[in-house]
Write a protein that binds this ligand. Structure first.
Ligand SMILES: Cc1cc2nc3c(=O)[nH]c(=O)nc-3n(C[C@H](O)[C@H](O)[C@H](O)COP(=O)(O)OP(=O)(O)OC[C@H]3O[C@@H](n4cnc5c(N)ncnc54)[C@H](O)[C@@H]3O)c2cc1C
Length: 457
């Protein structure tokens, strides 16, 4: 059971230091924030026999990847997709009792833009599957297909490392990718992976994603679409997992301040004062900056976090009559407001429900929710001949969905200048853009730092 209660009495003070070689009973960590980063840290600590307390200010776990009830249905605050290369996220989902085979619809790498473009990777060993997919892509000229394959080969040759980061669009132009090829192939990949338009996106981070997804094994490039909502998929199970190991996840229990007191930390929470030997701060960037500002020695990290800028993601849910289906579980549109459409009937047994994702900044932000839903429904009519009117719609706008993943961005490290105070979150230092895997990896690193165990992530 997920708990919703006040915390236990103050635990034993810790002897301080980085936590290595310490008896577990002296390690009484707090995790601030029950999103994917915080729950990954908590599960990793619980796995090692350390009772951990998670403080979550919201009424539910999951943060930016959470279930949202609507009428009789569970939606998400935004349709998410995982990739086969998200190894640590998938491992932790299984560790807390999930089953990746039944929790997800797994699709082999396939990018289809309705009536305009299709890339399908055939069943060949990697990286031949990608080369064959690029060379056989529909909707591109022969020259464009060769050019796309040559780009991937050059990046492979450079081991996906750039001597200096720049924007993704410049990199693509430098390597002879023309406007059509960028619009149909690279820009959709860049926007879905980095949630940042190619002219602003970090070329190096885009290459990190291409390296791990398209250049890895065939399984790495698979797309995994969850059959259950994002709170149920991992954070709720994680809360049960840590409860079975003596920890707890406290909801509606936000942390208002962190005060170092000798070898421990005093946390002012909405349920009173609590003491912990270690703190992993996995709250949202804005709240982390606010908490860190007041802690001596952390103003520099707070300033680094405050310097981040953000990009939105909108999800438009359209409920059609049950018989309405898309030609594929996941389908893209070219030159439309709607970028990617997900058929929740085929994915999650919610027939007639279509989730339409619009990532990054753009002209859609000028429309109010009603106008945007109407516009998207009109595009479905025009592109797919869906003549039924939606029975209802729901637009969820996450205005600060992810940090804007720009060239040379200085992301704050997990280890802060204060011993035993660590930072987790998708925006903290790492190879990945703001993703579930980036968040999870940061949480695991914090847990490793506490236990001195570096065997994962
Ligand atoms: C609409 C949308 C679509 C996305 N699509 C994808 C996708 O397809 N694939 C992908 O990999 N990623 C995607 N992402 C990104 C992914 O959701 C995030 O990278 C990830 O959820 C971030 O997790 P986190 O734990 O770092 O932060 P958060 O999820 O923001 O967690 C922070 C938590 O801290 C809590 N909190 C804040 N302040 C306090 C406080 N003072 N005390 C206690 N608790 C506090 C918050 O309530 C929250 O639960 C998407 C994001 C959005 C918004």
């Amino acid at each position: 059971m997920v708990e919703n209660q006040t915390s236990a009495p103050p635990p034993q003070p810790s002897p301080g230091g980085r936590g290595r070689d310490r008896e577990n009973q002296f390690i009484t960590p707090a995790v601030i924030g029950g999103g994917y980063a915080g729950m990954a840290a908590a599960v990793t600590l619980a796995e090692r026999g350390i009772p951990v307390t998670v403080y979550e200010s919201a009424k539910q776990l999951g943060g930016r990847a959470r279930g949202v009830p609507h009428n009789e249905l569970m939606l998400d605050n935004g349709q998410h997709i995982l990739l086969g290369c998200y190894r640590e996220t998938l491992r932790l989902i299984e560790q807390v009792g999930g089953n990746v085979d039944s929790d997800f619809l797994r699709l082999p790498l396939q990018l289809t833009l309705n009536r305009r473009f299709e890339l399908k990777a055939p069943a060949l060993p990697a990286p031949l599957h990608l080369m064959a997919g690029l060379l056989g892509a529909k909707g591109l000229t022969f020259g464009q297909r060769i050019s796309a394959a040559r780009f991937m080969l050059s990046m492979r040759h450079m081991q996906f490392r750039l001597p200096r980061d720049g924007n993704a669009l410049e990199l693509l132009h430098t390597h002879g990718q023309d406007e059509d090829l960028i619009r149909l192939l690279w820009e959709p990949i860049c926007i879905s992976a980095l949630n940042t338009p190619a002219h602003r996106a970090s070329a190096q981070v885009l290459l990190n994603v291409l390296r791990d997804s398209l250049n890895g094994t065939r399984a790495d490039s698979e797309m995994l679409l969850p059959r259950l909502d994002f709170s149920a998929l991992f954070p709720d199970r994680a809360a049960e997992y840590i409860a079975r190991r003596g920890g707890k996840a406290l909801m509606s229990c936000g942390v208002e301040s962190i005060v170092p007191q000798g070898n421990e930390f005093e946390l002012q929470t909405t349920d009173g004062v609590q003491y912990h030997s270690h703190v992993v701060c996995a709250a949202s960037p804005a709240n982390t900056a606010r908490l860190f500002r007041a802690v001596p020695g952390l103003a520099g990290i707070a300033a680094q976090i405050e310097a981040l800028t953000f990009q939105p993601i909108y999800t438009v849910y359209l409920q059609y009559p049950e018989q309405v289906r898309l030609p594929h579980p996941m389908l893209g549109f070219d030159r439309c407001f709607a970028q990617w459409l997900f058929d929740k009937g085929q994915i999650a047994g919610q027939p007639g429900l279509i989730a339409v994702v619009i990532s990054a900044e753009g002209r859609h932000q000028e429309l109010d929710h009603e106008a945007l839903a109407q516009k998207v429904a009109q595009e479905l009519r025009e592109q797919l001949d869906i003549m039924d009117a939606p029975l209802w719609h729901q637009v969820i706008a996450e205005k600060r969905a992810t940090f804007s993943c720009e060239p040379g961005l200085a992301r704050p490290p997990q280890v802060t200048p204060l011993p035993n105070l660590l930072l987790a979150g998708d925006y903290s230092a790492g190879d990945y853009p703001a993703t579930l895997e980036g968040a999870v990896l940061s949480g695991i690193r914090c847990a490793n730092e506490i236990t001195g165990n570096q065997h994962t992530a």
